[in-house]
Design a protein. Sequence first.
Length: 220
Amino acid sequence: MRALIFDTETTGRVEPDLIEAAWLAVSDLKTLEVEEQFVQRYRPDKPIEMGAMAVHHILEEDLLDCPSARTFTLPENTAYLVGHSIDYDWGVIGKPDVKRICTYAMTRKLWPEVDSHSQSALMFHFSKDRKKTRDNLKNAHSALADVKFCRILLNKVILAVRPSSWEDLWEFSERARIPETMPFGKHKGVKIIDLPDDYRKWALNNLTDMDFYLRKALES
């Protein structure tokens, strides 16, 4: 099985369009040896929002000679996509039929005591040389830099979970995504298991746009 550690840079928050994609292809869970590396910029069909530009520093004129964002496709032999909040990047590329492993969800599950589970914060948390980490993170918002950092975090997760296969790791990621507390509403912060039955039924029947994993929690 081959997994891609994957990240994108985009036009912004509103209906984001792809402007950069990067991935590292890995198969061996024990070593996470990089078999192939990919990075490419793309020309979007819409302007880049100023907020996004301030983060990744990619200008529209940088992309004039790049291929269209519509041309991006994953390699055919991709079994898993791995990333920090991978659903965002998966959505940007059109939600292809591939299993997703979320390092954000897994690190939150494994290390709940950390005050921030952003990729940069976790790099500092695990660092043995924070000055060096600070220097490395100065390029944290290029897609290629982000997948390299994500590989480091993925290794930390694998050492903690000891999965026997990529499928085993995906199953752990799926469990880690299921919330343990209600994230909004009048019962915000209440453990799912402690929610009143009438509220649980109301939420399931009326919140039609509910997150898939919250629905799983309420149905359990």
